[in-house]
Design a protein. Sequence first.
Length: 463
Amino acid sequence: MDKTEKITTLAKIVSLCKRRGFVFPSSEIYGGLAAVYDYGPYGIELANAVKAQWWKDMVQLREDVVGLDAGIFMHPKVWEASGHVTNFSDPLVECKKCHFRLRADHLLGEIGVEADEKMSEQEINKLFNENKKKIKCPNCGSTEFTEVKKFNLLVKSNLGNFTGSPDEEPVFLRGETCQGIYVNYKNVLDSTRVKIPFGIAQIGKVFRNEITARQFIFRTREFEQMEMQYFVHPDQELEEYEKLKKLRWEFYKKLGIQEKNLRWHQHENLVFYAKQAYDIEYKYPFGFDEMEGVHARGDYDLSQHSKFSGQDLNYTDPKTGQKYIPHIIESSVGVSRIVLALLVEAYREEKIGNETRTVLKLSNQVAPVKVAVFPLLKNKVELVKKAKEIYSRLKVKYLCEFDDHGNIGKRYRRQDEIGTPYCITVDFDSLEDGAVTVRDRDTMKQERIKIEGLERYLGERLE
Ligand code: GAP
């Protein structure tokens, strides 16, 4: 009989995240701020590990991709050129009874009607009205809604507006990181040795005035995006697009996500400039939903920035002399969508006798703590001294934790819940035989290992 139960609800993940210091609601002591979350001590390690893997895969291991870190504030014209000022919106509908604000495309999706945020106001209103009788407000059950309106998601700031005049052009907090890449494309080209095809990668904060604030860290108003924009010759666009799709799928497998929980979703309603658009969806507790977007964007981005800035953003092929505006394919993903997927994927409740152990079976590369070191007893100086020595040695190489609280069973349970792959216990025999007990998170098997061989033992398993 399989002793592993896999009933992963979002409520269980939210509870574990709070209890064990992965994710906290923002400014909680003041009642929280909707759709904003803070990473706690273990959450930040997990998120950092995801970012490090992404950067390694995207930049370090590739000769054709370089990194960038552009500012969050950008010239207001950037967002006009990109189309965000006029088109970056979601369809908002309000319940007439309780005034709950909802996304019309999501309400339609829940009753099995395909709709998305790219539809025109007219199209989505027509669809919404046709299905109105079947749609209920999830808050109060009413079926009375206002008309669907396009609601712009850009977040405005008052940066540089010292007069308080409403006529001043607002400086937005960026709505996606890739605009920083497009406006630096020429700088990168002129200052490095990159040649087409090449990519620019960036990880950074993004802000969106999301209408709905549900689904925990899946949809937040402030989040980190990891984006890679790949500049190609127009004739290479679809071939390179297929290559990128494969790489992105493999990335999730490497992070430990099972293929059965992943699927491709093709966008049916393409924006006019796009050649292809697919999402990688993950099976979250609320169903399959978008984790990452992989898009072939044509020459739209650089053509728009060329037009609005008046700068020539053509690329000149060094061999043929051909001039052209490069086409762009992109990989775009929110860090928290991967973090949530990894938590869901790793979460297990296992029956051990009469007890249930909760364990996060995270892959070694993303586990927030790699090794925990315990002295068997807290009040035995020699045990604590030896355990501290081992901890000090190992922490140079791995994220380690020293724990002497409660009994060993409780310490194991705590480390299981944060996903620590190995726990090391120093006992009285250790002082005699120079060996410690190493316990494996997944099998719970324990082995005696010589202290001087610990680095090798862990190296073979963790690296
Ligand atoms: N540059 C393209 C772009 O930004 P997008 O589909 O709007 O495209 C890309 O966003 C990715 O960013 C999504 O696939 C998702 O992983 C992440 N994302 C978008 N909105 C998010 C939100 N409110 N909270 C967390 N992640 C989000």
